[in-house]
Structure formats: C-alpha cells, structure tokens
Design a protein around this ligand. Sequence first.
Ligand code: FES
Length: 125
Amino acid sequence: MATWNLSRTKQHVFLCNGGSCTRAGAEEVTKAFRAAIKEAGLDDHVHTTKTLCNGRCEDSCVLIVYPEGTWYRKVTPQLAEEIVQKHIQNGQPLDASVSHQWGPDGFERSPEAPEGRYKSEKKEE
Ligand code: FES
C-alpha cells in the first residue's frame, strides 16, 4: 500500500504490463526504467504506473510518457534506460522508437508503427 505525495511530479509514465507486453519482457523493462529513474534522482519528479493492456499489443513493450503524450514501442530494458537519459532528463524524445505522439490534432502515428483498426470496427462476439 502506498500514498505518494505527487506535488513534485512533472511526468507520469505508464509501463504496460498487459499480457502481450509481459510476454515481451515488460517486467524487465519496468525494473530497468524504475532503476534508471532512481539512479538519476528523479523519484519525486517521475511517477510510474504499471498498467494492464494499452491496446497496442503489436508494439509490445509499450511505455507512455505524459504530459507529452509520447507512446514508445518495442521497448527493451536498454531502450528504457535511454528514454530516461534522453527524453526524461533532456527533453529529447527518441523519435525512432515513438509509435504515437500527441499533438493539437490528436495522435500522430509513426509510419513504422502498425496502423491497427478502429474500435468502432470491432465485431460483436
Ligand atoms: S499488453 Fe501492452 S499494449 Fe497490449
């Protein structure tokens, strides 16, 4: 049980630990990311949350940074450490690993990321 004081939080990072991401190594990604945040002395500034599926399983492992609205794909422990060093500490997103970026018109998808299908196209089962 935890009740953290969030008044110093500047970024909120969602670490997908849904089924597909877990099979792709989400636990190791989560540990590496949290260790890098601690090592950088950013525990009070970056709040992390392990989540269930974020609906982008083909991108496993998925890691999401807010308030920027940057969704990363194919995250490995090494990439997680790089995200801390470049994006979190220096404000430079790793564009080659971004699947979606939030902007004034909504999400912009990277051409490398699979398009996926609209939820409205989901067939009733
Ligand atoms: S399990 Fe991570 S996006 Fe689906």
